[in-house]
Design a protein around this ligand. Sequence first.
Ligand code: COA
Length: 160
Amino acid sequence: MLAIPSVRLATPGDARAIAGLSRDFIEYGLGWSYTPERILRAIRSRTTNVAVIEDRGDLLAVGIMDYGDAAAHLVLLGVQPAQRRRGLGRHILLWLEQCALTAGLEKIGVEVRADNPGAIGFYAALGYGARSRVPGYYRGVVDAVRLEKVLGSTGVEGAG
Ligand SMILES: CC(C)(COP(=O)(O)OP(=O)(O)OC[C@H]1O[C@@H](n2cnc3c(N)ncnc32)[C@H](O)[C@@H]1OP(=O)(O)O)[C@@H](O)C(=O)NCCC(=O)NCCS
């Protein structure tokens, strides 16, 4: 099995590639809201981590998490199609979760497209449980499933 490259915080130079990954593989059919400018704001935010995995200049995966007083929110997570099912999604999410755990937060929330059973399976494997369905959450056209993970319950061990 190939080694997984390490996770690092994004820099402004990553914004365009991250936004492109979101447009093509996360926001498909919804329009483009995570533009380079919005990603830049997230990179500069003091309460947000934008984490990436890259290999020789190519962006392989991105995860964005907001950290609040008691809970964190996973804003965006995506892995390039050719790189899926080799553990990159798990690796970057556990890295972001570890930051929340270190900060003493209690839980992490995320919304996922209801028409994306692969991602729902991924989150279930990582210990996220479904809390509710939100009709029309995405631009009024696609429902969301709202998921939550209570930290310390499962899965955070081994991040790094
Ligand atoms: C969801 C996504 C981030 C998963 O990334 P990944 O790197 O392929 O996932 P991993 O290889 O780390 O998978 C970890 C575990 O999650 C589960 N899993 C991953 N993809 C799955 C799928 N398509 N169906 C069911 N379970 C899945 C498996 O249990 C997997 O472990 P295994 O491969 O040993 O069986 C990736 O498929 C993706 O980018 N999808 C498009 C964007 C998206 O849906 N983002 C999430 C919503 S914002």
